[in-house]
Design a protein around this ligand. Structure first.
Ligand SMILES: Nc1nc2c(c(=O)[nH]1)N[C@H]1C(S)=C(S)[C@@H](COP(=O)(O)O)O[C@H]1N2
Ligand SMILES: [Mo]
Length: 213
């Protein structure tokens, strides 16, 4: 057996296992959207709604980012070269209202996921069209998927279609079904019961302090 490379091991968050393959994880079937009708939309707490057709979207300047993927089901895939539209490039066209603090990510077939505004609009976030030099395969989110490498991969919505800017974090598909609102792999924020447990611990701690005064 090959010895694990310590440099790679350092990039592996707690409880994760390295994989060279790229598993497909989809709830339901792979959608095949009509590109003639495809749009990408920013709505909610914005000064003005913005929308791109596929043709317009393809004209946006491209960026390349290499990042690691960490799935909550415990596989990690390192060194993925993504090409697409950088979130800051896209946001040049969107005036977000000051009350906005969270974003509901909308994808085909009703899939949603929630991300804090500061986690979404960050240097490492891309709307990816390509992976390792090839067009994203439909199973992996082609034609366009979100990539937010610092959060578990369920936040990286495949077949992404819209950002809805909100004042509070509302739970999306997996968050409603027990996954964590934030989902930082380095803190193992996997399930929402951890969140409730953490909140309960904080509350208990606060009560104890009050009692001890
Ligand atoms: N639209 C959509 N996006 C999704 C999912 C999904 O079911 N639908 N699954 C999520 C989960 S749980 C993971 S781990 C990754 C998997 O991406 P992959 O199939 O390209 O590995 O996509 C995420 N994005
Ligand atoms: Mo996942």
């Amino acid at each position: 057996m090959q010895e694990p490379d310590p440099e790679l091991q350092k990039r592996l968050p707690p409880g994760q296992v390295l994989t060279g393959k790229w598993p497909v994880l989809t709830y339901g079937l792979t959608p095949h959207p009509s590109m003639r009708k495809w749009t990408f939309r920013c709505f909610g707490l914005v000064e003005e709604e913005v929308s791109w057709t596929w043709e317009e979207f393809l004209k946006l300047p491209r960026a390349e980012i290499t990042s690691d993927v960490h799935c909550v089901t415990r596989w990690s895939k390192l060194e993925n070269r993504w090409e697409g539209i950088h979130i800051r490039e896209l946001m040049k066209h969107v005036k977000i209202r000051p009350q906005a603090a969270a974003v509901m990510i909308h994808a085909e077939a009703g899939y949603t996921t929630t991300i804090g505004l500061e986690d979404l609009i960050d240097d490492d976030v891309l709307l990816a069209l390509k992976h390792n030099g090839r067009d994203l395969e439909p199973d992996h989110g082609g034609p366009c998927r979100l990539v937010v490498p610092k959060l578990y991969f369920w936040k990286s919505a495949k077949w992404v279609r819209a950002f809805e800017f909100l004042d509070v974090n509302a739970p999306g598909f997996w968050e409603v079904n027990g996954y964590h609102m934030h989902g930082d792999p380095w803190k193992e924020e996997r399930y929402s019961d951890q969140e409730t447990r953490a909140m309960q611990q904080m509350r208990a701690e606060a009560l104890r302090k009050l009692r001890d005064r």
